[in-house]
Design a protein around this ligand. Structure first.
Ligand code: B12
Ligand code: SF4
Length: 523
């Protein structure tokens, strides 16, 4: 009889929804299989190895399932070792040697903690496997999760022979492993047997209709579950659908989850939320790649939120990734009534021309109208607007357009409510942007996306010349002048230097005689 131990590798405390769903699924298919969840996110670092040993000794698994959530560290915001973006820009763009040196030291510190975490996690996988082999010599090692899905090609090189490396959802794979069936058609490969198939990540996930997670069962196999219930600040993950049909040039979600949107039945989602609600949870994060992936899914989102409202869970808050072009007045009203208290508008640019070139499929005029509807419906919380300057074909004119667009959002919500989040896109494997960078010879074929040498980071933190040093300089000035309100300061500096376009210009995208090369790149 299989005994499955799920080990969530160390991670900033974020609810381990991935292993919870896997264990729930396996329990529904094989109620007799024994399972245990062990979350290293709740264990102090000094105790990782000993706690893992104890758990393996106690449970003696036949299947050791490691879930690895995140690896990438060059986040635009303050990360574990400081602000990688700031250090990178200080190192590359500052003319002041002291600031340059500070950037170099900061980057070294970040690289140390990055490689430290990488080696530590690989060490934990090997240690757990050796330990489990004491009890089950042919213990089955399986590794998956968000980080593995993105870096599956690179990670295989450092994992033990025989380990199964899984891409995307793991339900179907684990089911086959428990049954002892052939897994060659699953999105996975076995280390040491053969290299991953070409374009493995582009293969479609198995269709699966998800039912409400059984949290009574989860509580029975996960002694530390309570940890996430104690702190009122946690946003507990609930998935309402999988997949995104879009093609945004920098995004890997659409390949990890696939393009086909699979909706989880609204009643099941509400039933899952209700179980968490009854355990005291009031904050939910709908972990979908996109909560409203396209206009044709507006009705599903309305249906879900109406059911949340009817369920009487009126004192909750929720957040999600939301495309602000796919709203209806009714949906906006339901969002406000059901407690959406954080809203991100991921438009990347306020220039319709660039939004089209990035393949984002947004209509910026519609986004503005929907924001007006949202405001009219009573939304009065913080709105974060993501801008990534210099992604593709940016010019001073398109920057002026972005400023015009941003000022219009401020006019709608109030300047104090709209926070510009300045990102520099992290270039990820399997995206159109990666294709483009290879074609433009910015990256060389065979480059290692997990390598964090400063010159690699500089390329992966997409900010190419000729505008790269201009933005580097603007950002450095903003950090110097107003580090606590970086985004607004960047917008102000850009407006002072370049001025502002007419809003109408920002909203109009003339069809270029020759499309950008990115638009022609393969999917
Ligand atoms: C929602 C989300 C968030 C939300 C999470 C909210 C919450 N409270 O849960 C927020 C916005 C907070 C967030 C933050 C971050 N995120 Co995030 N996030 C996602 C997203 C869109 C969905 C994750 C999710 O929960 N999915 C639903 C659950 C059910 O799926 P899952 O956990 O992936 O598990 C499934 C599979 O992975 C698989 N699986 C999991 N484990 C295992 C193990 C085995 C053996 C097998 C076979 C299968 C398997 O089966 C599971 C069930 O189907 C993914 C992208 C994506 N589309 O997957 C990125 C993603 C996970 N995030 C990512 C990152 C980097 C981050 C940040 C670190 C970003 C940053 N630099 O600041 C932060 C910090 C997170 C932290 N630890 O503190 C990366 C991780 C990979 C990487 N590049 O390193 C992803 C993949 C996106 C990306 N761009 O690459 N994130
Ligand atoms: S809409 Fe969002 S999830 Fe979908 S491809 Fe674009 S960025 Fe990715």
């Amino acid at each position: 009889m299989a005994r499955i131990l799920y080990v969530r590798l160390p991670c900033n405390p974020i609810f381990p929804i991935g292993v919870v769903y896997l264990a729930d699924h396996i329990h529904k298919v094989f109620p007799e299989v024994e399972q245990r969840i062990f979350d290293l996110g709740t264990v102090p670092p000094l105790d990782f190895s000993a706690a893992l040993d104890r758990c393996v000794d106690e449970f003696q698994p036949t299947h050791l399932v490691f879930s690895w959530r995140d690896i990438q560290i060059y986040a635009p915001v303050g990360g574990r070792g400081g602000n990688p973006l700031q250090y990178t820009f200080e190192f590359f763009y500052s003319r002041n040697p002291l600031v340059k040196a500070r950037g170099a030291v900061g980057l070294t510190r970040i690289a140390q903690s990055y490689y430290g975490e990488l080696w530590r996690n690989l060490g934990l996988i090997k240690r757990g496997t050796r330990r489990a082999e004491r009890y089950t010599p042919n213990v089955q090692l399986v590794i998956g999760g968000g980080a593995v899905s993105v870096f599956y090609e690179q990670l295989g090189k450092s994992l033990p022979k025989g380990a199964i490396v899984s891409v995307g959802e793991g339900e179907a794979l684990l089911e086959k492993l428990v049954r002892g069936q052939d897994i060659s058609s699953e999105r996975c490969y076995v280390v040491g047997e053969r290299a991953p198939r070409q374009r493995l990540i582009h293969e479609q996930p198995a269709p699966l209709e998800k039912s409400a997670c059984n949290y009574d069962y989860i509580a029975s196999i996960w002694p530390e579950f309570e940890y996430y219930l104690q702190d009122q600040d946690f946003y507990i993950g609930v998935q309402t659908k999988r997949g995104c049909p879009h093609n945004c040039c920098y995004c890997v979600y659409t390949v990890v989850e696939g393009k086909q949107v699979r909706i989880n039945p609204a009643d099941e989602v509400v039933a899952e939320m209700r179980q968490l609600y009854d355990r005291g949870i009031r904050n939910f994060w709908f972990t979908d790649a996109q909560f409203i992936p396209a206009r044709r899914f507006i009705a599903d989102a309305e249906d879900l939120l109406q059911k949340v409202l009817d369920s009487g869970m009126t004192d909750i808050h929720w957040a999600a990734y939301i495309r602000a072009d796919n709203l209806s007045p009714r949906l906006a009203d339901l969002m406000v009534k059901t407690g959406m208290n954080y809203f991100e508008i991921g438009i990347t640019s306020g220039s319709q021309e660039l939004v089209r070139k990035m393949r984002m499929g947004y209509n910026l005029r519609t986004v503005l109208q929907n924001c007006r509807d949202l405001r009219a419906a009573g939304f009065n919380d913080l709105v974060s607007v993501n801008y990534s300057f210099n992604v593709i074909d940016e010019t001073f004119d398109t920057i002026r357009q972005t400023i015009a667009y941003h000022r219009e959002l401020e006019a709608i919500f109030g300047a104090d409510k709209v926070e510009p989040a300045i990102f520099f896109i992290g270039l990820q494997p399997h995206t159109h942007l990666e294709d483009y960078a290879l074609k433009q010879e910015i990256l060389k074929p065979g480059y290692d996306p997990m390598n964090v040498k400063p010159w690699t980071v500089q390329k992966l933190l997409w900010n190419p010349e000729p505008l790269g040093s201009f933005f580097g300089e603007v950002c450095l000035q903003a950090w110097q002048r107003n580090p606590n309100d970086f985004g607004r300061e960047v917008m102000n500096i850009l407006e002072q230097r370049l001025g502002r376009a007419d809003l109408e210009e920002a909203l109009t995208a003339p069809i270029a005689p020759q499309e950008s090369q990115l638009v022609g790149s393969k999917s």
